[in-house]
Design a protein around this ligand. Structure first.
Ligand code: PEP
Ligand code: MN
Length: 348
């Protein structure tokens, strides 16, 4: 159940509403929006109806949401969520591009690529310090040293950082370095980790599990939201495919308009992991924007043949620059202003 409250309800009345919900045997979760406050009511909601709150004219509606995801549902925020992450906007009317290497491999490599993607108009730098690799013998990431390198790249370029946390230990380490925590496909249903993410005050980019249904994915987002962290961004990164001869995964672009009809959370498309091959990244980036995504996350490497992970799918900086120009042009046609500069330094 979702209760929508217009601005203006006094704090003591909000407390009264919350107490009433608890008295009726359910548990309320407040989500503060700019225009309205939403209370998601979980548990026993059968006895609750709009009549219980008639005395408060600010209470606009009481909706029964039959879907298992409540806080993530579009009904909870029909206008969509908007986040300002250190001057980078996510949400309706905005479009931004995150870019960088798959892995932080050295200071030199990361700084070079960070400057290149910034010059081309990316507004967030990506790079893994903790890498989820299929083989224990593959490069596992630089760990804390990698986070320090990302911090240096961010200080030099002004770009906020997105990087993946694979476990609680890594998450704790990242709190002082990273602006957006990425949860990789392999951890989408790591419920212990999701519960911890609910308690922190940092935006989370939640990648879709390789074989996850839309509902499973949204339920994972719900874990984070129910824990009290309302800054969740979804990322489609391709799903398992039966034909891996020409693409690593099937980039499920159907899911973008599907999600837009189900949830208020921003949706990102990752054409790099979604395809696995450099020559597919530009066309699927444009298709991602056309499908209605809010942002793209793209792997870029200036020496992809030497990359320690995901070299075959990395764009060269020059290709990335050319793609950015096309995205800006396409954005104009679509009425989506592509953000190519950091707006301000305020996090929200
Ligand atoms: C990555 O972003 O480099 C990565 C490992 O992503 P995914 O979890 O989508 O495989
Ligand atoms: Mn990668």
């Amino acid at each position: 159940m979702i209760i929508v409250i217009k601005k203006g309800l006094k704090p003591e009345n909000i407390q009264e509403v919350l107490l009433k919900i608890k008295d009726l045997g359910a548990s309320p979760h407040i989500v503060e929006g700019r225009e309205q406050m939403t209370v998601s009511v979980l548990g026993k909601t059968e006895k609750i109806s709009l009549k219980d709150f008639e005395v408060f004219p600010e209470i606009e509606s009481v909706m029964r949401v039959s879907k298992p995801f409540k806080l993530a549902s579009l009904a909870a925020k029909p206008n969509g969520s908007t986040f300002n992450i250190k001057g980078v906007m996510f949400g309706p009317g905005h479009f931004n591009i995150m870019a960088g290497p798959c892995s932080v491999e050295s200071e030199d490599q990361t700084l070079r690529i960070a400057h290149a993607v910034k010059k081309a108009g990316a507004t967030i730098i990506r790079g893994g310090a903790f890498k989820p690799r299929s083989s224990p013998y593959s490069f596992q990431g630089m760990g804390l040293e990698g986070l320090k390198i990302l911090q240096k790249a961010s200080r030099e370029t002004g770009l906020p950082i997105i990087s993946e946390a694979m476990d609680l230990e890594g998450l704790r380490m990242m709190m002082d370095y990273v602006d957006i925590i990425q949860i990789g496909a392999r951890n989408m249903q790591n419920f212990a980790l999701l519960k911890e993410l609910g308690k922190i005050d940092k935006p989370i980019l939640l990648k879709r599990g390789m074989s996850a249904t839309v509902e499973e994915w949204l339920m994972s987002a719900e874990y984070i939201l129910a824990g009290g962290n309302d800054k969740v961004i979804l990322c489609e990164r391709g799903i398992r495919t039966f034909d891996t001869q020409f693409s690593r995964n099937t980039l499920d672009l159907n899911v973008v308009p599907i999600l837009k009809g189900l949830t208020h959370l921003p949706v990102v498309v990752d054409p790099s992991h979604g395809t696995g091959f450099r020559h597919l990244v530009a066309p699927m980036s444009l298709a991602g924007m056309a499908s209605g995504a809010d942002s793209l996350i793209i792997e870029v490497h200036d020496k992809p043949e030497e990359a320690l992970s995901d070299g075959p799918q990395a764009l060269l900086p020059s290709d990335f620059e050319a793609l950015m120009k096309k995205l800006v042009q396409m954005g104009e046609i679509m009425g989506r202003k592509v953000q190519t500069e950091i707006l301000d330094k305020k996090a929200s």
